[in-house]
Ligand binder design. Sequence first.
Ligand SMILES: Cc1cc2nc3c(=O)[nH]c(=O)nc-3n(C[C@H](O)[C@H](O)[C@H](O)COP(=O)(O)OP(=O)(O)OC[C@H]3O[C@@H](n4cnc5c(N)ncnc54)[C@H](O)[C@@H]3O)c2cc1C
Length: 372
Amino acid sequence: MKYDYLVVGSGLYGAVFAHEAKKAGKSVLVIDRRPNIAGNVYTKDVEGIHVHVYGAHIFHTNNKKVWDYVNRFAEFNRFTNSPVANYHGELYSLPFNMYTFNRMWGVVTPVEAEKKIAEQRAAAHITEPKNLEEQAISLVGTDIYEKLVKGYTEKQWGRPCTELPAFIIRRLPVRFTFDNNYFNALYQGIPVGGYTKMVAKLLDGIEVRLGEDYLKNKDVWDAMADRVIYTGAIDAYFGYSLGALEYRSVRFETEFLDIPNFQGNAAVNYTDRETPWTRIIEHKWFEFGKDDGGRDLPKTVISREYSSEWKPGDEPYYPVNDEKNGALYQRYRNLADREKKVVFGGRLGEYKYYDMDAVIASALDMAERELG
Ligand SMILES: Cc1cc2nc3c(=O)[nH]c(=O)nc-3n(C[C@H](O)[C@H](O)[C@H](O)COP(=O)(O)OP(=O)(O)OC[C@H]3O[C@@H](n4cnc5c(N)ncnc54)[C@H](O)[C@@H]3O)c2cc1C
């Protein structure tokens, strides 16, 4: 055996494990089938703008251990996620807060806003919500539902809210304060220089081979290492022998524009049903000061996001956490438990939606168990 560990996948999970293994004195080889490192947090430098190629990524966490860990590999800027909702040209602050309520109803105080929502809830007479529409109205009333929830959710899921189960939205964050910070997280930011630079630092001094698909030459790769950390899709590992796990996918249309400022914010959500995209990301605002009007760089890059049905072969994004897929995953999990040499981890290996901080925490836990 040439290596102690073969790590399949150079995303956050694989890169964190590889770093810890090297630190523990182990020999490590990382492979990835993509031409670049960093998995889904890959950012590409386009004329000084770090484009989030696989969707906008905002680092946010309440986990101090993880925050301290990532700060060893990157300096984080002070980006705060404050998306704007565009409903047929009417702009609203997100998450729903006093600015939203003032724009929606002209109310000024929290008491007035709470009263308005309570009135609309009561008027809807919903005691046991039977679908997502009823659930949303019973949480935030009809106006917010109609303008800010309905269209966006229907585009995201590709189905009317009346046909979606209520459990998808257990709660909708409503704040009776003037706070546009989307996340309830103590720590938040974007790595200066992009995520790829941060992952490159994690992988510093570790052999990485790109453009290599583990599953195409599994026996050869397996023969090279004592242990395998596999962060690819669990169903693909077993040749989809029990069937394919389902995902929701996203399609990105990226444009380079010769103007300094397209929308004045990193994220604008289009909450009406008629606009085909769910949101537009303007990448430069993740990194540059919010007040420079783009004067430093007379160009910008935007990505329109379209939510789409996933079919085998598409990039998998969001696991579908329903009963059918949960049960299928469990059957694959049972097979995985029998693979004594292989550890399955990360969002694809565990068929789980993980935020970045959670995937790092999970990789660190696994490294502790694995490396002692
Ligand atoms: C659209 C979107 C937006 C998101 N936004 C946020 C956000 O704002 N904040 C946040 O905290 N989290 C966000 N996340 C979650 C974040 O992307 C994940 O937590 C993180 O990327 C998971 O890392 P990973 O290493 O598990 O998987 P990945 O990054 O997917 O890495 C897996 C790697 O394995 C490689 N691989 C797979 N199969 C093989 C094979 N057979 N051979 C070789 N290599 C293989 C892949 O090419 C890939 O590079 C978002 C996720 C999505 C989908």
